[in-house]
Design a protein around this ligand. Structure first.
Ligand SMILES: [Zn+2]
Length: 271
């Protein structure tokens, strides 16, 4: 059984939209291939603080990454650090703030957009810096990284759902349709990744509200989906994972020793 992980963060995807409109992911759930959970994002529910949460297990209050303008390297131990220290290969197709948190801050597109740096925490990266960078291009970037470098940990982080929410609000056909579009892109890639034995975790940093923003505790902005698929998972419907536990969950799948919060009832074999 492969322990390689593809960790997908669909930026700005509210659970309310995921569980009603993403027909492919819901089909996997109905077929008992995927298990869906609803989780509450940490606060404030904004992007850079929650990238840090998803990738280090630290809440924004703990990490000090409290708003999007904090441009510095993370002070936490990240999933990428854990994987690198154990000789694993890491890659990311992600927004440039991820490069700023773990590789180089501030982001210099000439240096960082295409990253091939085995000495850095994210060894192989394709980073983008426009919120409308097309999700289908981003998944192609990720597939290039996967085929070229065979990473043990591959982060995929598209932005178009969040972008649609900021332009048209939560309760809009454009936001829902972008979620449907991204669901369709997933249906293009997941079958072959599942066939090759990847363990797949799909979640979001935060949701979206009707004020074209996010950050607080309304259900549509705070509740985010978590879909897991792969042989390592227990698919225990009564598990209640927290956003701070997803870093530890991925580390456990990769068999990386760590002291992160974890949710081991989600796994069949506890490390
Ligand atoms: Zn946003």
């Amino acid at each position: 059984m492969s322990r390689r992980v593809i960790y997908i963060v669909l930026d700005g995807l509210s659970d309310l939209v995921a569980r009603e409109h993403m027909g492919y992911l819901l089909a996997l759930t109905e077929a008992n291939i995927a298990t869906h959970y609803t989780i509450s994002c940490e606060l404030p529910g904004i992007s850079r603080p929650l990238y840090e949460c998803l990738l280090t297990g630290a809440t924004p209050v703990e990490s000090g990454v409290l708003h999007n303008q904090v441009v510095r390297l993370s002070k936490q131990t990240s999933l990428f650090d854990l994987a690198r220290s154990q000789g694993k290969t890491t890659a990311a197709a992600a927004y440039h703030w991820v490069s700023e948190l773990y590789n180089n801050a501030p982001y210099d597109p000439v240096r960082d957009r295409i990253t091939c740096a085995p000495e850095l925490p994210i060894q192989y990266g394709m980073f983008y810096h426009k919120d409308h960078y097309p999700d289908d291009h981003l998944f192609l970037d990720a597939e290039y990284l996967r085929r070229t470098y065979d990473p043990d940990l591959l982060l995929i982080h598209p932005m178009n759902i969040d972008d649609a929410g900021h332009k048209f609000a939560f309760d809009s056909k454009q936001y829902r349709n972008q979620a449907r579009m991204t669901d369709g892109i997933l249906s293009n890639w997941l079958p072959s990744w599942l066939e090759q034995g990847y363990q797949i975790v799909i979640t979001a940093d935060h949701g979206m509200n009707n004020d074209f923003s996010h950050g607080g505790i309304l259900p549509e902005e705070r509740q985010v989906p978590l879909f897991v698929m792969g042989e390592v998972f227990s698919h225990d419907k009564f598990a209640s994972p927290k956003q701070t536990q997803l870093c530890g969950l991925v580390a456990d799948i990769l068999k990386l020793p760590h002291d992160k919060p974890n949710c081991r009832t989600m796994l069949k074999d506890v490390p």
